[in-house]
Ligand binder design. Sequence first.
Ligand code: LM2
Ligand code: CA
Length: 486
Amino acid sequence: YSNPTCAAGRHTITHLFEWKWTDIAQECERFLGPKGFCGVQISPPNENRVVTSPNRPWWERYQPVSYHLTTRSGNEEQFRDMVNRCNRVNVRIYVDAVINHMTGGGESGRGTGGTSFNPGSLQFPGVPFGPTDFNGGGQCQTGDGSIHNYGSANEVRNCRLVGLLDLMLGKDYVRQKVAGYMNHLISIGVGGFRVDAAKHMWPADLTNIFGRLSNLNTAYFPSGTRPFIFQEVIDMGGEAIGMSEYSGIGRVTNFIYGIKLAQVFRNQNQAKYLRNWGEQWGMPSTSDSVVFIDNHDNQRGHGGGGGVLTYRDSKRYKMATEFMLAHPYGFTRIMSSFSWNEANNWEGPPHNGDMSIKNVHVSGDGSCGDGWVCEHRWRQITNMVGFRNVVMGTSLAHWWDNGNYQIAFSRGNKGFIVINAQGSDLSTTLTTGLPSGTYCDVISGDYSNGRCTGSSISVGNDSRARFTISGSSQDPVIAIHIGAKI
Ligand code: LM2
Ligand code: CA
């Protein structure tokens, strides 16, 4: 399950957090397909609790009520249309699968699809799940049934995560219902899953459930293709449960990655140390790892959060993202946020008066408005997604650093990046590994059909080139590759 099911030549996904299916379908066609993105991580598509206090927080989508495909992002018909249209332009859909729990809390109510539920009596008729489908006193020994001690693996996996009713995934019927939900999505044509709260589920239960999954839909994928699965395991060390328990099953989300890069690009740890970035920094094997600078949780202090760079610190954020996309380690994911008031980290997506999610409007210059940040559309980031596609398969070479915060490296003989994180000017001649010629710097501009809107770099017959980057630049990076030769 560790093999991303991207179309050929594509290697990065973006998380279009809380977007509507109709907008994602359009974004695949007008942007993600043409720009070479592999796929989209979508918000949970299954019916969730309608939370009104606070009013419609983003996290209500992590409170399942049933596996019907009706949420604020759209209904099943819109979901099917999105999956089909995205696949048609070679962009995959990866579903955020919330399978550890159902909603908790006392009161009964109705979900986003109108289905009733009653957490007090453990009744979810929309599935259906009943009292014997949840972990209780027999499995979880804490007084209130919730998780308190992350030093106890049993407690983390069998008790309730923030009070959410914990599914008994060891039970055949529960496994069958969860696998049935995932297989429904596979039959529609999704490429795989981000598995929410994987740390809170036993590896053996996940192995069993994934073993029940069908191969991907042959309308879009080669026959016999297994779904791509990446498991959300928040492991920053010091707890009973670690990533290594899950990396044999599918990929794992690498939360150390963004924290460590934030330290470098905040000038708290010299960039020269990035020379051996990857496994040697105590991270999982590259082929087990999904990497990202921030995610929807830690950008707002949830999910082990804090300490990461976000769109709010745009200069450093772009630099860290550019480094990530240039470096061979891991399978890369770009966060695409909505803006929110930092004092209210529960705030849901941009919405209309009736609380329906706002359309994503794209302006003539390609930027988004109405509170949609669209980091995936920032030129420097989009163009590095293209860089990664071009250099894929090559290894890191021609490392250079100035002993401090200025670094450079090539990817084989296909691409070269120079990063000046020092705050003082850089002006030097470096060996790039690239064939001689004139290249477009894809950070300062765009390349198309032999034309470059940014600055250009000439590489001599000796493969050397002169680089000058002002320390005060908002984009103190130069990146060139063989797909953008003038
Ligand atoms: C995850 N990782 O393991 C998600 O990535 C994370 O965002 C989810 O929590 C969590 N698992 C459960 O799927 C989010 C959010 C929580 C929120 C839950 C449920 O970070 O704050 O909890 O979703 O919506 C909220 C309240 C909490 C309350 C709980 C249950 O913040 O105070 O606890 O709902 O009502 C009583
Ligand atoms: Ca659990």
